[in-house]
Design a protein around this ligand. Structure first.
Ligand SMILES: [Ca+2]
Ligand SMILES: [Ca+2]
Length: 295
């Protein structure tokens, strides 16, 4: 009987030990899980990833699928400096080349001074095409922008226009453009490319201008509007000798500034081509001191 009792006790002990070890196992398993979890993470990433704009130049050609057929093309740019040979001048050229997988090339080339910038971007994520932006300085700030698409064989031009590309963000481009306003030569304007391949100004923006003559000084009474604390524009007058810092324009009806106290203000103007007229009919050159003439 004692023997049977001993056997029973031994069995109970063995069972309880087995139960203990069985309970311990789940504790060790979760410890192994964190080490495996990084491999499981990619399934949680977003399905669609937006194309990021690529900047390229002569030293860094780009390999990218331009026309969405799943096969990469190579986009490159080369410059050849103009030279004199036997009394004959050859102009400088900058050439944009797309080479497809078959080695066929499509080029855009012209006589320009130097490359400012070149990008591959995706201005419409809904279609398979990507766009090439090509910005050249022709001569002494005569800047030209082209936008191309590639169809697998040829570069097709969407846009040719003046300006310097300052920023590319999807279908939006910030372009520095020539403007003659309070002694500044350029202002930055935001454009958006639509699905038809047209570049339009983004409405309701203030174009940033930076005049080297800031602050500028009034030499007569100038009708302005100052932004009140309640957010309304109130009529005011700049006295002769008052200094303002010109900050921007909407290129339609106002030039914006801050005054000596840091108050925001705007001057009602009319734009006649590139020139600016104040409310009393005088030009910005007549009403303010030492503004340089711009072309
Ligand atoms: Ca392709
Ligand atoms: Ca696209």
């Amino acid at each position: 009987m004692k023997k049977i009792l001993l056997i029973c006790l031994s069995l109970l002990l063995a069972l309880s030990l087995a139960a203990c070890s069985a309970q311990e196992q789940p504790v060790t398993e979760p410890e192994a899980t964190p080490a495996e979890s990084p491999a499981a993470q990619p399934t949680e990433e977003p399905v669609k990833e937006l194309f990021s704009t690529i900047s390229f130049d002569e030293s860094t050609p780009v390999t990218v699928d331009l026309n969405g057929d799943g096969v990469d093309e190579t986009v490159s740019v080369t410059s050849v400096e103009g030279k004199e040979e036997d009394g004959v001048w050859t102009d400088s050229t900058v050439t944009l080349t797309v080479t497809n997988a078959q080695g066929e090339t499509s080029e855009f080339s012209s006589e320009f001074n130097y490359l400012i910038s070149a990008y591959v971007t995706d201005m419409n994520p809904e279609d398979s095409a990507k766009e090439i932006l090509f910005n050249i300085d022709y001569w002494s700030d005569d800047n030209e922008i082209w936008i191309f698409r590639y169809d697998g064989k040829n570069l097709n031009q969407l846009i040719e226009r003046e300006g310097v590309i300052k920023k590319v963000n999807g279908n939006e481009l910030t372009i520095s453009e020539r403007v003659d306003c309070f002694g500044t030569w350029f202002c930055d304007i935001l454009y958006a490319l639509n699905e038809k391949g047209e570049l339009n100004e983004v409405p309701g923006q203030t174009r940033t201008v930076s005049t080297e003559m800031n602050p500028v000084q009034a030499n007569r009474d100038v009708a302005v509007e100052l932004l009140s604390e309640s957010g309304t524009w109130e009529e005011a007058t700049l006295a002769p000798g008052a200094s303002i810092t010109v900050t921007g324009t909407d290129l339609t009806g106002f030039v914006f500034f801050t005054d000596e106290n840091g108050t925001s203000g705007r001057i009602p103007v009319t734009f006649d081509g590139y020139s600016v007229k104040l409310a009393d009919g005088t030009s910005d050159y007549e009403a303010f001191e030492n503004l340089p003439y711009c072309d």
